[in-house]
Design a protein around this ligand. Structure first.
Ligand code: NI
Length: 182
């Protein structure tokens, strides 16, 4: 078990495309997934991608029952995906607030596709295919971007909707008000 430091925006690992995972090296994958799990829990992340803790590999995880960083969002099953892929099902773009452990203290409104189908291999080597919408689809797309070397600020369209959390609190007050626990 190891809680890793999170790489922050500016670190070159975060802006390179991560490599496909060789599924035959299961001990190595297991260790990375353990580190990701411990780290994501420790920092209350809704998701985490392997490059964020320094492994430029195509592994992501996301999910929560309740997340204090996103107090109004419905639960998402804890999901680990190796070599994930995605298909757009509903190409309507919706904007909503995002944050990122690699961009601490900052939020921005980011457009994402409303509906996608994702596939990948889980931690036990089983294939996963899911059609998802809304916040679940958003979280996947955010993590997928990490594997492509894209951080959410690069997708912000209007910089009125981008900035430090403490300054934005009035702008996003409605999102924070109900159910905020932290
Ligand atoms: Ni992120």
């Amino acid at each position: 078990m190891a809680i890793k430091g999170i790489l922050k925006m500016g670190n070159p690992v975060l802006t390179e495309r991560s490599k496909e995972v060789d599924l035959s090296n299961s001990d190595y994958i297991e260790r990375i997934i353990e580190d990701m799990t411990d780290t994501m829990k420790h920092y209350n992340g809704a998701g985490l991608a392997a490059p964020q803790i320094g492994y430029p590999l195509r592994i992501m995880m996301f999910g929560f029952d309740f997340n204090p960083r996103y107090p109004n969002e419905a639960p998402i099953p804890i999901t680990i995906l190796i070599n994930p892929q995605m298909k757009i099902i509903n190409d309507t773009l919706a904007e909503d607030w995002e944050g990122c452990l690699s961009v601490p203290g900052i939020r921005g409104k980011v457009p994402r596709y409303l509906g996608i189908e994702y596939t990948g291999v889980d931690e036990n080597g089983n294939s996963i295919t899911r059609k998802v919408e809304n916040f679940h689809a958003r979280v996947f797309q955010h993590e997928y971007d990490h594997l492509e070397g894209i951080l959410f600020p690069a997708r912000v369209k209007d910089f009125k909707n981008f900035g430090f959390e403490d300054e934005l609190r009035n702008v996003i007050a409605l999102k924070y008000r109900a159910g905020t626990k932290s």
